[in-house]
Design a protein around this ligand. Structure first.
Ligand SMILES: O=P(O)(O)O[C@H]1O[C@H](CO)[C@@H](O)[C@H]1O
Ligand SMILES: O=c1cc[nH]c(=O)[nH]1
Length: 255
């Protein structure tokens, strides 16, 4: 993309970004994540897309919010890739799908169940939504170093938050419950709303993607007692630093 051309939704230009992006969905999480980089600075905000920039080992890293769900996430990944970003990590919060997970554990995401609509406009649903191996390994290393409990596995990505958290009040209650149980029995770790879009759009555009989320219990969400996201943010930034330090050995897909 011409460095002067303004990305339609993100309001970024190619000169604003580098190769690396961290992607929370929540704009409120952008500044605290950027604060863990060197020389953080606000860049721009348009709609739900707020961007800050910092550096790690002298490399530019941006933090951009994607908004909730597949449609806005897909266009963020599209516009960032067009600007030259080739490595993107989803950072967020999810519900847990395993009874033995404690509130506040992290999930390093190997893949995503495409229980949403956006990615079906990119690839047939049989195509797997998977993380890039180098990004995945950097995230797992960072989670180890953070010293917090974590799981690795697939996320369930859906379009309807309340269809997941309150399926009983939906006309499709029986089907939703049965499908959710099948994801759980198949080994899904957590449920959230963006990872499938990050992985599939990233695959199509040949950029490296990964994801890490903190799992909050429904009770913690309902009572406003959710644990601090500090270990989540530290893990994501540490993973980017690892990728940057090994950058020569890890070319982007298709490079
Ligand atoms: O906390 P974030 O990262 O926004 O993630 C989860 O929370 C939102 C729903 O409340 C969805 O975006 C879901 O993916
Ligand atoms: O259960 C949850 C919690 C957070 N975000 C989700 O999408 N689901």
């Amino acid at each position: 993309m011409n460095s002067d051309k303004l990305a339609h939704h993100l309001h970024l230009r190619a000169r604003d970004v580098g190769r690396y992006a961290l992607l929370p969905s929540n704009p409120d999480q952008v500044a605290p994540i950027a604060a863990l980089l060197d020389d953080p600075e606000f860049v721009v905000r348009n709609r739900e897309f707020e961007t800050w920039r910092g550096t790690a080992d002298g490399e530019t890293v941006i933090v951009t919010s994607t908004g909730v769900g597949g449609p806005s996430t897909a266009l963020a990944v599209e516009e960032l890739a067009a600007l030259g970003v080739d490595t993107m990590i989803r950072v967020g919060v999810s519900g847990s799908m395993r009874p033995d997970v404690r509130n506040g554990e992290l999930a390093v995401l190997t893949a995503a169940i495409r229980d949403e609509g956006t990615t079906r406009q990119y690839l047939p649903v049989e195509f797997p939504a998977v993380a890039d191996l180098d990004v995945l390994l950097a995230l797992r290393r960072a989670a180890d170093r953070a010293g917090v409990p974590y799981r690795c596995g697939p996320a369930h990505t859906k379009d309807s938050y309340y269809g997941e958290t309150e399926p009983e009040r939906m006309p499709l209650a029986a089907a939703l419950t049965e499908r959710f149980e099948s994801w759980r029995r198949g080994g899904a770790v957590c449920s959230e709303m963006e990872t499938a879009a990050v992985f599939i759009v990233g695959t199509v555009l040949k950029v490296r993607t990964g994801g890490v989320v903190m799992m909050w219990s429904q009770d913690a969400i309902d009572t406003g007692t959710a644990p601090s996201t500090d270990p989540l943010f530290a893990t994501a930034v540490d993973a980017v630093r690892t990728l940057i330090s090994g950058v020569a050995a890890q070319p982007a897909l298709g490079a």
